[in-house]
Ligand binder design. Structure first.
Ligand code: NAD
Ligand code: UPG
Length: 429
């Protein structure tokens, strides 16, 4: 099939590359000319494992343009993969989605318009009305939310747990299902509103699991239990499962913060106050700040202290800094008078505050030299290879706050660190 993909970001590019891998012909449209220029020159503007390979291998089935008409020329299906960031009030900003819909007005040959962007319930109905208004009444509509995670998106797309297709007519459902015919995974067809709700619910539930683990970790710290041992045992219960129970510095990224807030505001707009979701978000915001409280106590104040941030991206395996917990940490440390350095193997650090006041180090060891404390913010595997006994004497004070419970506490204490984990105060100091 011929597909037009709108948006050459993390989701649009993965969608385009994977559909091309499945044998479809894909035209990608973005409004950022620099992204289109890079893609045309064979450069991938984002880091996503496996994406380069797919884009290169399927280059003859892929094209890139800033021209919407060129993208949809001959296409049967248009996929909308544009960003839906929060407005100032926290609702999802749908302006880009509707800009794409307006740009389709001459694409009368389309069979279906599919929204993959994460959107509030009711968006599909509004897009349907907008399509009708621009003369595309005969074109089908589907919601096909995406569940891939950054760092594993290519694998997740090609090996999904489920493919969710929300439509109001069987023909469009069959068309979207056909695009995925060579992809394993259960196809779930349902109404558009429920499909939109599935996406928001899945992210809210995963965020809830993490906030729950973080709350239990904070209690573990107070009463003398070890969160790693606790969640390992609890997760063996098949009704609970082991996933998304890792305590740490809280969740970030381009999805959980935005989507939990969008769900909360969507509920409030409907007259419901979602108290559990409020608590999930609040626990997470506090979790971003807790390392500063703990460092202040460990160092007897932060004014003039040198702190190294090890890892800045919101998780390993990506260059994405969107809503990374490290940004709150860096800002808070600077506000308390600390000098902050950072190391990250991939991060695209913004040149705005707080990062404009943070110095970059080429290696973890370099960032820790003469430092009073280091915080593991992102569990990059490179941190397991650091020669910790060699680094310790180079630090002014050997305080390690392991915000991801990555390292072995006994080993770190054995080589002379003042080691602090998350929810692990039971372990001997
Ligand atoms: N990033 C993820 O892992 C992920 C996973 C599941 C769902 N989603 C959802 O997918 C959507 C896209 O997320 P993303 O991370 O890819 O965002 P992104 O910011 O990386 O990419 C969005 C792209 O859309 C482009 N764009 C904006 N307006 C456009 C227009 N009118 N025509 C064509 N292109 C346009 C932007 O220039 C940008 O390159 C969001 O709704 C997000 O919530 C993201
Ligand atoms: O046990 C855990 C698991 C994750 N995290 C944190 O949670 C955040 C999100 O992680 P992850 O879910 O792996 O990354 P995303 O790429 O944001 O993917 C999520 O958001 C996407 C966008 O909606 C969805 O498609 C995915 O299904 C969903 O996992 C990161 O800050 C992680 O550090 C934890 O703190 N503890």
């Amino acid at each position: 099939m011929r597909i037009a993909v709108f948006g050459a970001g993390y989701i649009g590019l993965v969608t385009a590359a994977c559909f091309a891998e499945l044998g479809h012909t894909v035209a990608v449209r973005d409004i950022r000319s620099e992204a289109v220029t890079a893609l045309r020159a064979g450069r991938t503007p984002i880091h996503e494992p496996g994406l380069d390979t797919l884009l290169t291998r399927n280059a003859d089935r892929l094209s890139y343009t800033i021209d919407a008409d060129e993208a949809v020329r001959g296409a049967e299906v248009a996929y909308i993969c544009v960003d839906t960031p929060p407005t100032a009030g926290g609702d999802a900003d749908l302006s880009r989605v509707f800009a794409v819909v307006r740009s389709l007005r001459d694409a009368t040959h389309l069979t279906a318009v599919v929204v993959k962007s994460t959107v509030p319930v009711g968006t599909g109905a509004r897009v349907r009305t907008a399509l009708d208004r621009v003369g595309l009444r005969h074109v089908g509509y589907a919601s096909n939310p995406e569940f891939t995670a950054e760092g594993t998106a290519v694998h997740d797309f090609l090996h999904p747990d489920r493919i969710v297709i929300g439509t109001w007519d069987e023909q469009t459902a069959a068309c979207v299902a056909d695009l995925h015919k060579d992809v394993p995974g259960t196809i779930v067809t349902l109404d558009v509103e429920s499909a939109e709700m599935v996406k928001l619910t899945a992210n809210a539930f995963l965020a809830t699991k993490i906030s729950f683990a973080n709350e239990i970790a904070n209690i573990c710290d107070l009463v003398g239990a070890d969160i790693v041992a606790v969640t390992r045992a609890v997760g063996l219960d098949q009704r609970i499962g082991p996933h998304f129970l890792k305590a740490g510095v809280g969740w970030g990224g381009s999805c959980f913060p935005k989507d939990t807030l969008a769900l909360k505001q969507m509920a409030r707009n409907a007259g419901h106050s979602p108290q559990l979701l409020d608590a999930v978000i609040e626990v997470n915001e506090l979790q971003h700040r807790r390392p500063v409280v703990r460092l202040r106590a460990a160092l007897g104040g932060l004014d003039g202290a040198r702190v190294a941030l090890l890892g800045t991206t919101f998780k390993p395996g990506t260059d994405d800094m969107r809503q990374a917990p490290s940004t709150v940490l860096a800002a808070r440390l600077l506000a308390e008078g600390a000098e902050v350095r950072c190391w990250d193997p991939l991060a695209k650090l913004p040149d705005t505050a707080p990062w404009s006041h943070v110095s970059r180090s080429p290696s973890p060891a370099h960032s820790m030299a003469e430092a009073d404390a280091a915080v593991i913010v992102t569990e990059w595997p490179e941190l397991l290879d650091v020669d910790w006994p060699v680094v310790r004497p180079t630090m002014r004070t050997p305080v390690i706050l392991d915000g991801r419970n990555l390292l072995d506490p006994a080993t770190m204490k054995g080589v002379g660190y003042h080691y602090l984990g998350v929810g692990r105060s039971r372990l001997p100091h």
